[in-house]
Design a binder for this molecule. Sequence first.
Ligand code: NAD
Length: 286
Amino acid sequence: MAKTPDPSSLPEVVKPSCEAIKILKGQKALVTGASSGIGEAIALALGKAGADVAVNYIADESTAQGVVEAIRKEGSRAIAVHGDVSKEADVLNVYQQMYKEFGTIDILVNNAGIQRDAPLEKMTLEHWNQVIGVNLTGQFLCAREAVKEFKRRGVRKEVSCAAGKIICMSSVHQMIPWAGHVNYASSKGGIHMLMESIAQEVAPFRIRVNSIAPGAIRTAINKSAWSTPEAYNELMKLVPYKRIGEPEDIAHCAVWLASDYADYITGTTIFIDGGMTLFPGFETGG
Ligand code: NAD
């Protein structure tokens, strides 16, 4: 029988507390997969920083509505928008709903992602296609629509020096191979080149495109890697900073990267991993 972990023996949750400054006031943001984990934290942080936020979700409408309510409490506008990022018609519909409510887009956070793990010989084509479809094709479809609008509208000086910003959620597995997860690692490796190629193509239009590559962050996607003391201690062997990352660690960077404080940054991947990529060549969990 599986051991039930004693919650008091799990390590303390470290949520960095940073004052929210309204550096994104007047900007309109879309965050995909924003009803949980990293996407939820980013949507909340963008809202706290003054942006109006479209909270995309695929499954859990009530949780997405909870995120919307929390953003509204911070004084920003927010809507929940249903849509599967791997389906072109859904993506077009998400953007239509967003434009109906907010008129335009300034910030896209391409966050939605899934894992369907199996050893190579047991990995089905369906699981391969699902992961590539959501993690890579989904980012392409959402970025394409955002770029159309950024180019059509151009820079609004009163809002930002850039015509638009895209943040792609990658992973340390864009550079660390991950045995048993070849679909996921391939999708994140693909995001690396997708992001850099789009960044190069659209830079002359004052559109900035960057990636964040998280290490192990405490969310549902990698629960087995942190939910027991044994698993957590094992994970910490890979993390020089000796704590798991929290979704807020990613969200704070996303706010800054979307803001004019980061105006000269494009085509870059920021690793947020407590030093994990300082030791390449091991398994992680995200
Ligand atoms: P999560 O499972 O909480 O978040 C993923 C979100 O994507 C969920 O809200 C899910 O409903 C949504 N989603 C799934 N399929 C979708 C689809 N077809 N259309 C729209 N939304 C969809 O896990 P998370 O850790 O918050 O993951 C967020 C992103 O961060 C993912 O891209 C993941 O690969 C990446 N990441 C996470 C970690 C980590 O350690 N947690 C590490 C590296 C990268």
